[in-house]
Every structure is written in C-alpha cells, then in structure tokens.
Design a protein around this ligand. Structure first.
Ligand SMILES: [Zn+2]
Length: 156
C-alpha cells in the first residue's frame, strides 16, 4: 500500500520487537535518513507505527524511537479488506452493466458508449474495435468478493 521501501522498514521494526531509532533503520537498510523519516511518518499516519520523542539536553535535538502498533494490526487488516471489497463490487457493477470493446492493436478498452461515439473504430489507431467477452473477469470478481465477504464475516 505504501511501496516496497516502507514495507521493508515496517518489517525491520516489526522483527525487532522493540523501539528502533530511525538512524539505525537507515543504516541497516542502506537508505537515506530523510527518506526513512518520511516513510516512517507515512506509516504512522496509517496507524501502523508510533513514535516516542526524546530531547537531548546538550544538543537540544530530538531522537525518535519507533515501534510497531501491534494492537492496531487486526482492525487495520479488516479495514483494508472492507475497502478492497467495496472497490471490487464497484468494478463488478461496471463490468456487468457495460459491454466493452477493445482495439486489437493497442489493447485499449472502450465502453459501449465510447465505442459508439467513435463509430467502433479505435480513436488512437483507427482499427476496427472488437467486442470483449468479460464473463471470465466477472466470474473471478464474484469469487473474490465471496471469499472476502466470508473472511470479513468470520472476524465479526
Ligand atoms: Zn488502436
């Protein structure tokens, strides 16, 4: 959801089972400190990590200690599943309510209305558009939706 680097940072803190300084994460993962801090803030905005700030009395600089918010993880996974589910349902609705046409050359898909508007010719290259049978996509979407609904129901 946040990219590969954020995932690595999260994994690193998660495995340490303790507070970790951002300097250490940058050093161990071979990333720039600024980048690590930026990604850590993004992770904290998502509620995945939290931090504790300690001020050094001599330099008056802050040191940040990061930890994984394990208590938040189950509800977060549930939340993500619900978002995915609603996206899949929208996609299914679109697939079921529209017929699609495709350019055989550049593989661009067009809805029936778009195809009609362009007299069933690809607006990019002028090829004749062909009807797309999306029943396979609909089947896969339905199966995935059913699976997610079961998983969400089980967690209550
Ligand atoms: Zn085309």
């Amino acid at each position: 959801m946040l990219g590969e680097k954020a995932g690595k940072i999260f994994e690193y803190i998660y495995k340490r089972l303790d507070e970790v300084q951002d300097e250490e994460i940058a050093r161990e993962l071979g990333l720039k400190l600024n980048e690590v801090r930026k990604l850590l803030y993004q992770l904290s905005e998502q509620g995945l990590v939290s931090y504790r700030r300690v001020r050094d009395k001599s330099t008056s600089w802050y040191t940040y200690y990061w930890r994984v918010r394990k208590d938040e993880i189950p509800s977060l996974i549930q939340f993500r599943k619900k978002i995915t589910l609603s996206k899949l349902k929208l996609r299914l609705k679109a697939e079921e309510s529209t017929t699609y046409y495709e350019c055989p050359v550049d593989k661009t898909r067009y809805s029936f209305d778009e195809a009609l508007e362009n007299e069933f010719r690809c607006p990019r290259c002028g090829s004749q558009l062909v009807y797309v049978d999306n029943s396979d996509i609909i089947d896969v979407l339905k199966k995935y939706i059913a699976l997610l609904e079961r998983e969400i129901a089980q967690k209550g």
